[in-house]
Design a protein around this ligand. Structure first.
Ligand code: NDP
Length: 246
């Protein structure tokens, strides 16, 4: 393809100008990352329903000067779950740890996919806000807040099928969110951290549980963006090979 993908550094003050440049320079679109994912919304012509609900845009598609915002972060995670461990979230009992940007994206995609969501966060106020936003947009779904101190008990009590670490615990330090004995026999354990095997994943693998790390989410969110810009299916295997090499 006669197409390039560039990394461009844009400060918050330059954001509006950079978005205008997508139109004037006739880019196919753009990806955005923190701190721009929320602030960009007022500068776009339209925003998908999922991006609107979770208040975050990571992909802009330029349709002949009309800019549409999408979020592929959460859908990227859902795809990774399907592709890597053959699981669809519908009707599954999911325990999500965290309430930051990554947790929010995954939570809304899970709600959209009709999973039952149990959520906790170290800072209760932030966790409860996310739960209340989810309930607001998905009043038919099961969505519940679990106090952080009860997270280990909740795994058994709520008969959790899928555990997701969406915090940065384990990113740089050898901290543990759960003790190996907390992990029950039927769990699928996911960690959104992609650059190392966290203690959580190491424990789960020792117990023979199905696991996924964040690499799949990272690759699939990019693949979904690629598809939105080009209308072509992304070469997933090549992308995985490239990122593993790096
Ligand atoms: P944020 O800074 O927005 O959120 C961080 C989250 O981690 C908060 O819920 C925070 O809780 C929690 N946290 C941090 N330290 C601790 C601790 N010591 N104990 C308990 N909870 C803690 O970050 P993001 O949401 O952007 O990223 C979260 C993780 O997801 C990162 O590890 C990142 O690498 C990964 N990620 C992976 C992606 C992928 O494609 N695979 C994409 C984006 C992120 P509190 O609210 O209490 O501070």
């Amino acid at each position: 393809m006669n197409t390039i993908y560039l990394a461009l550094e844009v400060t918050p003050e330059e954001l509006q100008g950079a978005i205008e440049a997508i139109r004037s320079l006739k880019f196919l679109g753009a990806n955005l990352t923190i701190p721009h994912k929320e602030k960009v919304i007022p500068f776009l012509d339209e925003v998908s329903s999922l991006a609107q609900k979770c208040g975050s845009v990571n992909t802009i598609i330029n349709h002949g000067g009309k800019l549409r915002g999408e979020t592929t972060d959460g859908p990227g995670f859902i795809r990774s779950l399907k592709e890597e461990v053959g699981i669809t979230p519908k009707g599954k009992r999911v325990f999500l740890i965290g309430a930051g940007g990554a947790a929010r994206a995954v939570a809304f995609a899970l709600a959209e996919a009709k999973a039952d969501i149990y959520l906790t966060n170290r800072t209760a106020k932030k966790g409860k806000k996310l739960v209340s936003d989810l309930k607001n947009f998905y009043p038919q779904n099961t969505v519940a807040y679990i106090p952080f101190s009860e997270k280990s008990d909740a795994l058994r009590r709520e008969k959790i099928d899928i555990l997701i670490n969406a915090t940065s615990v384990g990113l740089k330090t050898e901290e543990e969110l759960f003790r190996p004995e907390d992990l029950t026999g039927r769990l699928v354990v996911c960690d959104l951290i992609y650059n190392r095997k966290t203690l959580l994943l190491q424990s789960a693998q020792k117990l023979g549980l199905k696991t996924i790390n964040g690499l799949g989410m990272l690759v699939h969110q990019g693949a979904l963006s690629f598809q939105l810009w080009t209308g072509k299916t992304a070469p997933i295997k090549t992308m995985f090979a490239a990122i593993r090499e790096i």
